[in-house]
Design a protein around this ligand. Structure first.
Ligand SMILES: [Mn+2]
Length: 583
C-alpha cells in the first residue's frame, strides 16, 4: 500500500477509535457521576479533561507506527548490524561518504525498536496534557537517506500527533552528485507523502547556524526542537521537554543524548552516569561530570540537570523566547561556537539550560564530519562570543589563542546592544554561580605562553594528547597558542587547561605526563630556575628536549637542551595599581 493511503486509512481508523473511546468514557463517566451526584451528571458529556495529570506511558496510545513490521529484521531492539566480509568495499565507501556505516544503517527499519534506558523514576513523573505544539527542525547537508529518514520516521512514530505541529527539513545545499541523488527529487517526492513534513532548500551553502535560522524563521509551532539529521527519537522523548518549557519558557532543554554506534548502529543500552556541558578557555564545548553540588540539589534521577553549556545539536526552546533572547547571532559563519554563544547568553540573560534525563534521543556520534568547514570560521565565531559575552575574561581566551585578533570577529555592536537590552548578568556572575568548578588561570602567573627549548628551538606541545596520561613532546613553535599554551602557575604547576605536567618517577625511562591538576604539589610541582631549568624538586631531575621528545635527566647547567624559556613572565610585568586577581 502506498504510504499516503496508509496514513489516511490509519488516520481515519484512529480518529474513529478516538471518538468511540471518548463516547464510551463519557457514557461510563456520566453513569458514575450521576450515580454518586445527580447534579453534576451533565459534566460527563465534556470531552478530554486536559487538566488531568498523567504519567508518561499515557501518551503511548498516540504513537503511530506506519511501516510494515519487519520481524527479525536487522538492528531490532537497537542491536548492532554487521555486514558480511563480501560487502567490505561497499561498507568502506559508505564510511567515507557519511562518517558512519551507512550500509549497516540501510538494512535497519526506519522505525526499529530501541532499548528504553529511562530511570524507573521517570515513569512516576506527572505531566499535563495541554502541552505546547512543537516544530521539529532538522538541517542536513549530504546526509544518508536511512539516517535522515530514521530521524523523521521515529519522530512521527513516537510523538503524539497533537503535539507535533510540523517537521521542517532544511537542506543546506547538499551536493548535486550521483552520491547524494537521493536528496534531490526522491526526497521531495517522499516528503510529500508524509504528514506534517516540510522541506526547505537553502539556495546556497549557509552552514549550520544560518540553516537552523531558516528553519526557525519558517516554524509555526509553539516550541522549536532542533535535532541532528542522524537521530532516533525514543518513546516519551518529547513530552518531558514540552512540559518543562510550559513550566518555564526562559530555558533551553536538552534531551539525554544516547549513543548510536557509527560502526554498526548499535543503540546503547547503558544507563551510564550523567554528564553536563562545560567549556574550555579555548571556547570548546566539553562534557564533564556532575559536581557534588548538583548531585545534592537533585532529589530524583528524573530531575533536570543544570548544565553550564550545551553541545548544541539537540535542544528545544519556546519559539517566541528563542527570538526574544536573540535567536542565534546572525553574523556567525558556517559552524562552531554557536552553542557556546547560546549557552552563555541563556544563563546570563535567561534561566539557562537543563538536561532532562527522562527525555532520550539517540544520536550517531560520527567518526568524523564527512565535509570540511571553511578555514577560520570557528575562530571568527569564537572571537564574537568572547567580545560580546566574556567581559575582562576574554583575555584568558586570547592568551590561549595567541594569534587571534578581535577585529577578525567583525562588528559585534548589535549583539552588545542585545546584551544591554536584555539586561544580562556579567560573565563573572556566570563563572561564580553556574560553573564555579571551572579553573580560572592566574592573572599574573610566573610564566605564560609557549615554552621554548633552547637546545632544539622547538616548543613544549601537548601533541593533542590532552587527557589523563597524555605524553607531551616537542613540536616546531607556531605562535598560535592552543596545544603550545602553558602557564607556570603560582602553585608551581606547568598547567594546560586543567591538566598539569606530572612526574611520578625519576628513572631515565620516566615520562612527564599530563594529569588532572590536584593542587597538592608533589608530582606536579616544578621549579623554573634563573638559568632556564625546568626542574622537578621532588625527584631532583630536569626536563631535557631531544628531537620531539621530553626526557627526564640529571640537571646539567652546560646542556642547552635543558634550558627553557616561557614566552612571557607576567608576574614580573604587573602594571602599577593593577588588580592582581580575576575575582
Ligand atoms: Mn550530529
Amino acid at each position: 500500500m502506498r504510504l499516503a493511503t496508509r496514513y489516511i486509512c490509519t488516520a481515519i481508523i484512529l480518529t474513529s477509535l478516538f471518538w468511540l473511546a471518548i463516547d464510551l468514557t463519557a457514557v461510563l463517566w456520566s453513569r458514575n457521576t450521576s450515580d454518586s451526584n445527580n447534579n453534576e451528571g451533565r459534566r460527563g458529556v465534556q470531552s478530554v479533561d486536559n487538566t488531568k495529570l498523567v504519567t508518561i506511558d499515557f501518551f503511548k496510545r498516540y504513537y503511530n507506527y506506519v511501516l510494515d513490521p519487519q520481524p527479525g529484521s536487522a538492528g531490532m531492539g537497537g542491536a548492532a548490524v554487521r555486514n558480511p566480509d563480501t560487502e567490505k568495499t561497499k561498507e568502506d565507501v559508505s564510511l567515507e561518504d557519511y562518517g558512519f556505516n551507512e550500509l549497516a544503517s540501510s538494512k535497519i527499519s526506519l522505525e526499529r525498536s530501541i532499548p528504553d534506558n529511562r530511570d524507573t523514576s521517570c515513569f512516576n513523573v506527572q505531566y499535563r496534557q495541554d502541552l505546547p505544539t512543537a516544530s521539529v527542525i532538522v538541517i542536513f547537508h549530504n546526509e544518508a537517506w536511512s539516517a535522515l529518514m530514521r530521524t523523521v520516521h521515529t519522530v512521527l512514530a513516537r510523538t503524539p500527533p497533537q503535539y507535533l505541529y510540523e517537521i521542517i527539513l532544511v537542506d543546506d545545499a547538499s551536493v548535486k552528485d550521483s552520491k547524494y541523488s537521493h536528496l534531490a527529487s526522491k526526497l521531495s517526492d517522499y516528503v510529500d507523502t508524509l504528514p506534517k513534513v516540510k522541506l526547505i532548500r537553502a539556495p546556497k551553502r549557509v552552514g549550520l547556524t544560518q540553516a537552523r535560522l531558516i528553519g526557525a524563521d519558517n516554524a509555526k509551532g509553539e516550541v522549536l526542537v532542533f535535532l541532528d539529521s542522524h537521530c532516533e527519537a525514543s518513546n516519551g522523548w518529547l513530552e518531558p521537554m514540552l512540559a518543562r518549557l510550559k513550566e518555564n519558557r526562559k530555558l533551553a532543554v536538552v534531551p539525554d543524548i544516547e549513543v548510536i554506534s557509527w560502526k554498526n548502529f548499535a543503540y546503547s543500552s547503558e544507563r551510564g552516569s550523567y554528564n553536563r556541558g562545560i567549556f574550555s578557555w579555548e571556547l570548546m564545548f566539553n562534557w564533564g561530570p556532575l559536581p557534588q553540588r548538583e548531585q545534592n540539589r537533585r532529589k530524583a534521577e528524573s530531575d533536570p540537570i543544570k548544565s553550564p553549556t550545551m553541545a548544541g545539536g539537540l535542544f528545544a526552546m519556546d519559539r517566541l523566547y528563542f527570538f526574544e533572547s536573540g535567536a542565534y547571532d546572525r553574523e556567525l559563519t558556517f559552524w562552531g561556537g554557536e552553542n557556546v554563544e547560546m549557552s552563555f547568553r541563556l544563563w546570563m540573560c535567561g534561566d539557562g539550560i537543563e538536561i532532562l534525563p527522562c527525555s532520550r534521543v539517540g544520536h550517531v556520534f560520527r567518526e568524523r564530519a564527512p565535509y570540511k568547514s571553511p578555514e577560520g570560521s570557528t575562530d571568527h565565531n569564537s572571537i564574537r562570543v568572547a567580545e560580546v559575552w566574556m567581559d575582562e575574561f576574554k583575555d584568558i581566551f586570547y592568551s590561549f589563542r595567541a594569534n587571534l585578533k578581535p577585529e577578525a570577529g567583525g562588528d559585534v555592536s548589535e549583539r552588545r546592544k542585545l546584551r544591554e537590552k536584555l539586561q544580562c548578568k556579567s560573565f563573572k556572575w556566570y563563572l561564580q554561580n553556574i560553573i564555579p568548578e571551572l579553573e580560572i588561570p592566574d592573572k599574573y602567573p610566573y610564566g605564560r605562553g609557549d615554552v621554548k627549548n633552547l637546545g632544539t628551538n622547538s616548543c613544549l606541545d601537548t601533541l593533542a594528547q590532552n587527557n589523563q596520561g597524555g605524553v607531551p613532546g616537542l613540536y616546531p613553535c607556531h605562535k598560535m597558542g592552543t596545544n603550545q599554551f602553558f602557564i607556570f602557575t603560582k602553585k608551581f604547576e606547568i598547567w594546560h587547561d586543567s591538566l598539569c605536567l606530572d612526574l611520578s618517577d625519576s628513572s631515565a625511562a620516566a615520562k612527564a605526563k599530563l594529569w588532572p591538576c590536584h593542587k597538592q604539589g608533589g608530582n606536579q610541582k616544578w621549579e623554573h630556575t634563573k638559568n632556564g631549568f625546568i626542574k622537578h624538586p621532588a625527584h631532583g631531575k630536569c626536563l631535557e628536549g631531544q628531537g620531539d621528545q621530553i626526557l627526564i635527566r640529571e640537571c646539567n647547567k652546560d646542556n642547552l637542551s635543558q634550558k627553557w624559556i616561557f614566552e612571557k613572565y607576567p608576574d614580573q610585568e604587573v602594571p602599577a595599581n593593577a588588580k592582581r586577581t580575576w575575582m
